[in-house]
Structures are given as structure tokens and as C-alpha cells.
Design a protein around this ligand. Sequence first.
Ligand SMILES: Cc1cc2nc3c(=O)[nH]c(=O)nc-3n(C[C@H](O)[C@H](O)[C@H](O)COP(=O)(O)OP(=O)(O)OC[C@H]3O[C@@H](n4cnc5c(N)ncnc54)[C@H](O)[C@@H]3O)c2cc1C
Length: 803
Amino acid sequence: MKTQTRVVVIGGGIAGCSTLYHLTQEGWSDVVLLERDELTSGTTWHSAAQVTNFGMNQTMVGLKTHSINLYKELAEDKDYPINYHHGDGGIRLANTQAQMDGYAHFASVAKGMDVDFEVIDAAECARRHPLISTDNLIGGLWDPLDGDIDPAQLCQALARRARKAGAEIYRHTPVTKLTQHKDDSWTVHTEKGDIDCEIVVNACGYRVNEVASMMGVQHPVTSMEHQYFLTEDIPAITEAGHRMPLLRCPISDYYCRQEKNGLLVGFYEQDCKTWGMDGIDPKFVNALCPDDLDRVTDVLEGAFARMPALMETGIRTIVNGPITYTIDGAPLVGPIPNKRNAFCIIGLRAGIGEGGGHGWLLAQQIVHGEACYDTWCIDPRRFTGHANVELTALKAIEDYQNEFRFHLPHEHREAGRHAKTTSLTPILAAEGAEFTVVNGWERMDYIKPTPDFTETHGYYYNEVFDVVKAEVNAVQTAVGLTEVNGFNRFELSGTDLRPFLDRMFCGRITAKTGRVGLGYLLNHQGNIKAEATIANLPDGRVWYGSAAAAEYHDMDWLTQNIRADEDVQIRSLTNEHTILVLAGPKARAVLTQVARGDWSAAAFPWLSVREAFIGIAPAVIMSVSFSGEHAYEIHVPNAQLYAAYLALRKAGAAHGLRLFGARAVDSMRLEKGYRHWKADLITEFNPFESDLGRFVNLQKPDFIGKAALEAAQSTGLRRKFVTLVLDSDNAPAQAGDSVVQNGQVVGTVTSADWGHRTGKNIAMAFIKPEATENLMVEVIGQPVPARTVEPCRYDPENKLPKS
Ligand SMILES: Cc1cc2nc3c(=O)[nH]c(=O)nc-3n(C[C@H](O)[C@H](O)[C@H](O)COP(=O)(O)OP(=O)(O)OC[C@H]3O[C@@H](n4cnc5c(N)ncnc54)[C@H](O)[C@@H]3O)c2cc1C
């Protein structure tokens, strides 16, 4: 066995084999895979192994397309062909209009990635799948490339190609310990000896946390038992003369595909079970959990009703195996939070279909630091401190019970709620707040007009529209107060801080005490990595502020780039403070009543920062505005949050102060052209393409991404970021919806909502630079005329925040 290599991938299921193969494809051949037993002996060998192109966002669609293309290529390899039924087609069924609307939206998302889905009615579903009845069925989504593959052959084929390219694979070699050295390199200890390497990758499936604990971390991944059975032959299948399409059923929670001349039917029962929470038997290898068909009786009945032929067929085999889940159902593929030179590809619940794509994106990240798509939806750093195995287990059960029932817009399910709260959460709830969830934080979304008010989730504007309108109106005409919890906040210090910041930001960032500046951090490809405000407090203290979910991501990026000889310290204050935002024409009057000092425009102009007391609560106050109204961000230590809130509520009463929520904020920020990180700001585009050229200073001697940005100038813009106004008022566009021109896709919506102050249906989008006329945005599958407009639709001269 080698004693030295560049990368050690631990685990020889689809995740590990795909990563190893793709590392060789990216040019790194000095790579090793270690497997404790035989390849595929974890979950992979017994997978139902369906391979779909369906994804909830463009990154997922794109990576699945990569899998399909790769698997086709492997299947057609004359030297080592593998069994892959691609093109059987698949139908996701629906019995509610909201699901059908969702399918129309997801079809538009896929279209932007050159993938064609079809929304079909019930009769067409039955025509394409002759075994099904149309009872209680509205229709479905047709994925023409759906199919299934032999998972063991797939892994062997990837392993074979990786070996041919120089990689080495050691089977029956369990990793027993990991040691990280001062230079961030690793020694991987195994039962057969040690290997020194630069980088380790955890691809250990349901044993993920055994290996994670060897590096002192725990990943939010748990396993669920999952069963399918294989039937005897079904004559109607042979008689049909074509292979049966796959089925996925959100009505009765099962899937079904053809296996030989029978069916494979898998179940997502309500009475489901986590697995391995108290440890996993080391001898559980190539193994299954005991069958338990009684547990799935409820869903079985639904499957029988849909496919009566099942009732006349015997069961040949039952398979019950562990399948891994995460907090939001998407896997964790990328850098391990708070570690160096450590990556993971874990929590795969549809790993056979997705594994090709995940390994591809991970290998790109390892070799180039970034992948071709923005990978935030699978980034392990998207969950911060609240993400633990107990919370994951609750979310996994809920997710399993709703396997094919995707979240509707603004829907947040009940399991694992209140993972992160502040002292205000119950107080705002008592005021009638409905909450959204931002990286685990319960954040006020809007105030319910009556205690029994409930939102009908769906793709159209609903009863919340007027509620948000009233909140926006209060902020526009008087004053509003909202809590922004979880906002990421680092305190930066050190003698080399200024040159460090100068290198990290692509523009000039003010260093003047008492002033606040906004800027952008680029990656080495010159694309947007992060957005942050820098607030210069007295005594040389500097606060770095960014999005609520950005804590681990930004900490990683900043600390990674501190040079060995630089004196820069970073301390996270994210969980210690919360922001109260006071916004509206009466905001100054309220602030003046609760905080000593001169808050006039002359003494405390726009983009100022100052320390003061809100009543008895110490606070850092910034005159910045995300709503476009005259506004203050009041950063308060959590221990004094309630005191500050009480003082503001009391003073605000005389000025008509009203609570407002995140939904109103979103409406207002869209009217101002302000962006959301990881929706409108992604690693696929540079600041010029993102219409943020004014934040770039190419005259600076150097900054991260400068060389790439300069090089990109000569090739022109790949896309341009625009604001669109839609000629409709019944439904917002959704992120991922396609923008089309003369029937051709020319762009993708990044975020959208109604602008209540301007009375416009607004969407932000990246579009082809030359596409300016005759634009349509596909909303719920229907083309809606749209025109590009100036990004700032409200108070374009910014008089209100400066007033
Ligand atoms: C019943 C069932 C049906 C499924 N159906 C589908 C489907 O239709 N489509 C689909 O896409 N997905 C499906 N899945 C999910 C899919 O099979 C998994 O997502 C996928 O196989 C996970 O692959 P993996 O490589 O992450 O994990 P595994 O296959 O479990 O591989 C992990 C490997 O790591 C090794 N390992 C662990 N610890 C160590 C150590 N200390 N040292 C060295 N090696 C170690 C293990 O031995 C194992 O080989 C199904 C799963 C189940 C259970």
C-alpha cells in the first residue's frame, strides 16, 4: 500500500467511487480510495438505483444531467458495458393543483438547463403507464430520461476508469484514525498501515459519523430504514410491449419501476424508523435490516389502488436498508465546516442517481476551489451551530414521510422548529407573528391579522398579500420595527487588518471610524463569493456583517486567506447579538426618544455607525437601510434584547409603530434593487455580470480574483443581472423560472415578489446580455410578458435613507 498520496477518499460506495474517478478527470491521478470491506458493501449494493433528472433547482438538475450523460457513456463502453435503462421515462403523480403548479415551475427550472420535462394530465399518465388507474389523479410531471442502473456495476466501472487513470483502491482497509498536522496535511491510519496525504474525503455513507469523530466533528446526517419489494412477473407488463415508466407518488408515498418482467415498489411509510442512532454494529456489512412489511400497509394500499395488477402478483424479495438523510433533504458535498483540507460527500438519499454529479462537483471544488455551478444548495456549511444529529433525525422522519411532497413557497414544516430563537421569539409569537426559518432561526415573517389566520401555501398570491401590503404601508408612512436574528457578525482586529481587507474586497472599503461600507469578496475565478458590510467602530474595532447563513462559509473564506505572517484575528459575534431594525419616516423620532445624542442627518448621516444605549440596553447603531426607507440597524447583545425592544415599542406607540416581518422586507428590498446572497449573488458570475461594477476598483494593486476579473473583461459578459417588471398580478415568479425570448430560454429568475410601494410584480434575473426585448417570464409554466427596468424602482436618488 502507498504511504503517501495527494487525496485519500474514505468509502467505496457510489459517493467515493465517483469522487475518485472525477479527481482523475480533473487531472489529479495520485489519489487513493480506502474501503473497509468490498466496494458497494454499504448502502449502494441494494439500492433501487433509479436515476432521474428531476431537481428542485438548477444546480441539482445540472448535476443529475451530468450523472445521466456519464452513465450513458459507461453503459456504451464496449470493454466494460453496464446495465442502464435510460429513457424508460418517469411520472411524478399529483392529485392537487398546487403540486401540478409546482411541476410547471420545476419544468421551467429544468428548461434553463436544457432539460425537457412535460406536464401531463391524468389520461396521458395512464396512456404512458398502462398499469395505473386515474382515480384521484390530476396529472403528473413526465421526465423522459428517467431510468435505473445496476449500482454495483456502476461503481466497478467508475473504479476501473479511475484505476486506469492512476488512482489506487485498497479494499478491506478500514480507516481507524485520522491525524491532522500543523501544515493541515493528514495521516490516515488504517488496519494495514498509514498514508500521509494533503486532503481527506469522507464518503462513508451511514458510517459517516464514525469517521467524522476521528476528526472531531459530527455531521448532521442520520439514517432511515427504507424498504422495497420485487414482484413476480406481471403478464400486463410483457403484453404492453414496452418497458414501464417509473412512478413516484406523493399521494400514497411509494415509487415503482420495472424489474425484469415484474415491478420494484419502494415505500415511504408514515410509521417510519431511524436507524443506527445508538451506534452501528461493525459487522453490518453487505447487510440488510429485518423485513417489516406490516409497517408499510398504509402506503401499500395506495399502491394497490393505483396499480390493481399488484394485487394479483406474488412478492419475490423484500429489501430493507439504511438510507441517509440531512436536515433539508439535500446532501452535504463540499468542505467540512471549520476544518482545513477536509471534504465530505455524505447524506446522499438518492445517491445512485445523483452520485455521478456530486462526485463531479466535489472533485472540481477540491482541485479548483470552486465548481462550475454555485454549490450552496449542497454546501456542508449551509447549516451552522444548530445542526446536530437529533435535529436531523426529526427532520429526516418528516422528510421521509413527505418524500415526494415538495415544500410549497414559504412553507416551513413543523419538525425541529425553534432550533434557534431569541428572547423575543415567544413575545413576537404572542403578538401574532408567523415565522419563517432562516438557517434554523425563527424569524418573524408577518403578523397574522387574527389568531386563526392561516396561509394557503401555493404558487399564487394569497391572503398574506394584503397583510404584507399593510406592513409595508406602515413602514412607508410611519415607522416599523422588526427583528433580524442570526445576522452574521464577526469582530475583526489585528495590525494587518487593513491590508488584509484590501486584499479580500474587490473595491475600496472605508476605514474611517464611525462609517459603514458595503463591499464584495470574489473567489479566485473573479466571481462573487461573499457580500459584507464593514462597520468601523471606535478603538479600531471593525465589524464584518453578512447573511444569516454565511457564518461558517465566510469564516472559512476569511481565515483561509490570512497569511502566515499576518496579524489578523476574527471572532464571531453572530450568536451573541441580534438586530432590531427601525424603519420609516418616524424612525429618527423614535430613536431620539430612546437614545441620548444627536441623531440628526448632519450628526449621524447615512452609512454611519455609533455606540449608544437604547434605554438601558447597550447597542451598536448603524444608519443603513435594506428597505429603502429612512432606517437604523440596532445591534443589541441578546441579554439586553428584550429591554431594547420594550424601549422602542414604548417610544414608538406615539408614532404609530407597527411590527413588520421578513416578507415585507423582501418586497421592499426588491423595489430598491438590493440582492440576496446565494439567490441573486452566486459564484457563477462576476461583479460586472452581477451589475455591481461600481463596487469594483481595478486600480487597486491587488485583490483576490483581480487577475481573473481582468481576464474576463476581454471575453465580455456571459450574463447580465437585470430587474424585470412582469405584466401580471396574480402570481410572483419563482427563483429558477426561465426567462424566454421568442421561445428560447435566455435567462433565469433569481428572486421575485410583489413591490407594494410601486405596485409592480418584480423579478430579478440573470439573462443573456443581448436579450433585451420581447421577454417573457414563465410563471407556473405560463409565459408572462416582462420588461427590463432600472433596478431601483423606489426613491432612485436614495433621498429617504439620507434624509
Ligand atoms: C432501499 C434503498 C433504495 C434506494 N433507492 C435509490 C434509488 O432508487 N435511487 C437512488 O439514487 N438512490 C437510492 N437509494 C439511496 C442510495 O442507494 C444511496 O444514496 C447511496 O448508495 C449512498 O452511497 P454512499 O457511497 O454515500 O454510501 P455507501 O454505499 O454506504 O458507501 C459508504 C462506504 O464507506 C465504507 N466505509 C465506512 N466506514 C469506513 C471506514 N472507516 N474505512 C473505510 N471505508 C469505510 C463502507 O464500507 C461503504 O462501502 C436507495 C437506498 C436504499 C436503502
